[in-house]
Design a protein around this ligand. Sequence first.
Ligand SMILES: NC(=O)C1=CN([C@@H]2O[C@H](COP(=O)(O)OP(=O)(O)OC[C@H]3O[C@@H](n4cnc5c(N)ncnc54)[C@H](OP(=O)(O)O)[C@@H]3O)[C@@H](O)[C@H]2O)[C@@H](O)CC1
Ligand SMILES: Nc1ncnc2c1ncn2[C@@H]1O[C@H](COP(=O)(O)OP(=O)(O)OP(=O)(O)O)[C@@H](O)[C@H]1O
Ligand SMILES: [Mg+2]
Length: 327
Amino acid sequence: MQGTKFTSGASLEADAENVLRAITPTLDPNRHKGQAGKIAVIGGCREYTGAPYFAAISALKIGADLSHVFCTKDAASVIKSYSPELIVHPVLEESYSVRDDEKGVISGKVLAEVDKWLERFDCLVIGPGLGRDPFLLDCVSKIIKLARQSNVPIVIDGDGLFLVTNSLDLISGYPLAVLTPNVNEYKRLVQKVLSCEVNDEEAHEQLLSLAKRIGGVTILRKGKSDFISDGETVKSVSIYGSPRRCGGQGDILSGSVAVFLSWARHAMTDGDPSISSKNPATLGCIAGSALMRKAASLAFENKKRATLTTDIIEYLGRSLEDICPVQ
Ligand SMILES: NC(=O)C1=CN([C@@H]2O[C@H](COP(=O)(O)OP(=O)(O)OC[C@H]3O[C@@H](n4cnc5c(N)ncnc54)[C@H](OP(=O)(O)O)[C@@H]3O)[C@@H](O)[C@H]2O)[C@@H](O)CC1
Ligand SMILES: Nc1ncnc2c1ncn2[C@@H]1O[C@H](COP(=O)(O)OP(=O)(O)OP(=O)(O)O)[C@@H](O)[C@H]1O
Ligand SMILES: [Mg+2]
């Protein structure tokens, strides 16, 4: 991204610390469990158990009250064993465990299990460690449709992006959808939606038109700087992160964006005038990106080359505390 039009515009840089301060709720003794956020991650299969864990535990470490994971049966006991804090639902099925003649019934059961909970969630994160099994992705398409009907915000990452890039109708025109593509995922989106290649000379305009063409979703393009657009504006978050590119940092980000998006919506409902005209999805992305990068830089200061995703997660709390101290 260096040397592009995109990075040269200093005015693009978001005032991330003030966004974090505006949307982070105070710790009020009158609040009950759940009011600081109930998040669910849809992801976790035979191959990947780390990614949904990272997303779900990050949500808790930032300050959400409850974090659920909906994953396959194979992944569930593994994810539970990482943490007793997570509520894990072993409901998803992959093709290898389902006969063709059972698919309709099983798909109905998966949907019913998720639907029981759906309206209680403030945000879903769809995709970390989901895998690409066609039957499983078909069930997840139906979950996305249900979430839309119930106006539940969704953050789409990892294999969730693989799914929606091939079925854009799932999210097109849904302003409560956030896409968090990495370099590969962004390339696939641009190719599919704009029928061209990524153009870093016109990166700002390209991101705007991508968000506009998909129809009002918010896109957080991850990279050396993160760029965020809802089709109306473009913002960047460039605060220093970490030079370590260990896997899992995007998963932290997706869980963080889910919490901050929920908090931003609550702050707006509470009538905070400093953010009343803003898009909560954009605010959630700015806050999530800034916090993830700050935590990564603190972890790197301490662990250098040995920095891993679990180390970064340990710094999420302190990073938020530095910006918004508990009163
Ligand atoms: N500890 C964990 O559990 C972690 C798990 N993680 C989880 O991993 C998943 C993939 O995410 P990622 O970031 O590796 O995807 P990305 O950069 O597009 O791909 C890199 C290359 O791999 C290939 N490829 C990927 N999946 C494929 C498949 N099923 N079958 C075939 N090819 C596949 C891909 O090829 P292409 O898509 O271009 O065809 C590209 O060349 C996702 O669920 C994520 O959450 C991460 O969050 C890290 C920590
Ligand atoms: N070159 C970089 N310098 C600093 N931070 C970066 C750089 N590249 C990515 N990041 C940060 O790391 C986080 C994850 O981005 P990344 O592109 O690694 O996602 P990802 O490939 O989806 O990760 P994951 O391994 O979890 O799937 C983002 O918050 C982004 O800001
Ligand atoms: Mg990723």
